[in-house]
Every structure is written in C-alpha cells, then in structure tokens.
Design a protein around this ligand. Structure first.
Ligand SMILES: C[S@@+](CC[C@H](N)C(=O)[O-])C[C@H]1O[C@@H](n2cnc3c(N)ncnc32)[C@H](O)[C@@H]1O
Length: 222
C-alpha cells in the first residue's frame, strides 16, 4: 500500500495524505467538520426512523463510523453499519489518529473507537446496544450485496485521482443496493458526477458544502 502521512486540517483534526495520489482522505478545511456536515447532517439525520442500514464506501480511518455511532447514542436510532475498504490502514496509523482527542471523547468512547478498528474483516460485531458493524475488505469494483441500505456514505478518493470509483457501473450498483427512498451522500459536487448519478436514475440534490466547499451532493433513489 502507498505510504500515508498525518496532516492536521483546519479544525485541528487529522487527515492522511497519500503522496502517490497527491490526495488526502478528507478536506484540508477540517476533517471532522466535513464528515459531520456531509455524512451525519446531510445523510444520517436526513432520516427520522428507528433503524437504519448504512453503507460506507472507504472505511479508512473509521471517522464516519465513529461519528455515526456517537450520533446513534444521542438519538437512539439503531444502526447496522457496513464499511467496505480495499486498503485497511496499519495499526500504527490508527493509533496515531487524534479524533477522540479532538472530539473530547470519554474513556468509554475512546474504547469504542478502538473496538471499531478491532472488528475483523469479513465479520459483523455488535459494538453497542444500538450500533453493529460489518467490515468487508473488498474493492468497490467487486462489491456485491443483497442487503438494502438506507444510506450510502460515498467517501471514495475524488474523481481526479480515482475516476474508476465514479463510473456509471459503480453508481448503478450503488442504486441497486439502496432501499426505496434511500440516499447516497458525497462531498463531491462535480458536474460530471451529478450527471452520471442522474443517468442511473437518482434524483440529484445539490446542497451547501462544508466550510471551504461551495457544494456537496445528495442523490435519492425514488
Ligand atoms: C477519501 S478516503 C476516505 C476514507 C474514510 N471514509 C475516512 O474518513 O477515513 C477513501 C478511502 O477509500 C479507500 N479505497 C481506495 N480505493 C478503493 C477501492 N477500489 N475500493 C474500496 N475502497 C477503496 C481508501 O483506502 C480510503 O480508505
């Protein structure tokens, strides 16, 4: 796997820089801020129902899973979370991430962050009463599921560096993996991406982006 280097983003939280791609895992304007805005507020909190199936494309640092778990503890919503990842991070990197410090996490929450990472690949584990996690090590291009998700956190590297993650074939698969009225949310607001989402049947809603970005996208399966 290409080398990952820690960088501090504008809100103080870490991201990882991949020199081979000249790309970071998150917005340099704030990793936590971006994750909360795009995935929690525009994705998770778009729904008001007692249980949700969430699929994340690119589990990476586990930041989105952790924020989702914390939100579930607040709202009481039951979450079945599936994270797929082709290149799991090394333990040394995971240990160095500052998310629990930046979020002022309690000791119990710090332990839960660790537990998310300790779940074996190709297994499912209940982390709290409300949150269970399934981790699958697979390339998105090969990913198949019979599950129907309510939300997809589409958090792949951007189309500039990983065009193969933003194709019609991939979005068709994402569309088929969603339940009716399900949504895919992404930080990306590129015109060509929105057109591809529309081409496979999504209703595309541009939304204000997190600090530093004008727009993000929510795509709904009708
Ligand atoms: C923009 S990063 C976001 C990661 C994560 N959501 C986070 O907040 O840390 C994209 C992630 O997609 C993963 N990835 C890259 N190529 C992939 C592929 N073909 N299939 C699945 N995941 C892939 C990367 O390893 C990385 O973890």
């Amino acid at each position: 796997m290409d080398k990952r280097e820690f960088k501090i983003t504008a809100d103080g939280s870490h991201t990882l820089y991949v020199e081979a791609l000249d790309e970071t895992y998150h917005s340099k304007h704030g990793a936590i801020q971006e994750a909360v805005h795009v995935f929690i507020e525009a994705g998770l909190n778009y729904f008001n129902q007692p249980s949700l199936n969430v699929l994340e494309i690119g589990f990476g640092t586990g930041l989105n899973a952790f924020l989702t778990l914390l939100e579930a503890e607040k709202t009481g919503v039951e979450i079945n979370y599936t994270g797929i990842e082709a290149f799991p991070l090394e333990e040394e990197i995971i240990k160095g991430l500052n998310y629990t410090a930046e979020l002022n996490s309690t000791d119990k929450e710090k332990q839960l962050f660790k537990q998310l990472h300790q779940v074996e690949w190709e297994s499912t584990q209940k982390i709290t009463e409300l949150f269970s996690l399934n981790k699958t090590k697979v390339e998105l291009e090969q990913f198949e599921t019979r599950e129907q998700f309510n939300i997809i956190y589409f958090d792949a590297f951007g189309p500039r560096v990983q065009a193969e993650m933003w194709t019609e074939a991939i979005f068709k698969n994402m569309y088929n993996s969603l339940a009716k009225d399900g949504v895919l949310v992404t930080y990306c607001a590129k015109g060509s991406v929105k057109r591809t989402l529309k081409a496979v049947g999504f209703e595309v809603e541009p939304l204000p982006g997190p600090p530093g970005k004008r727009e993000m996208t929510r795509a709904k399966k009708l």
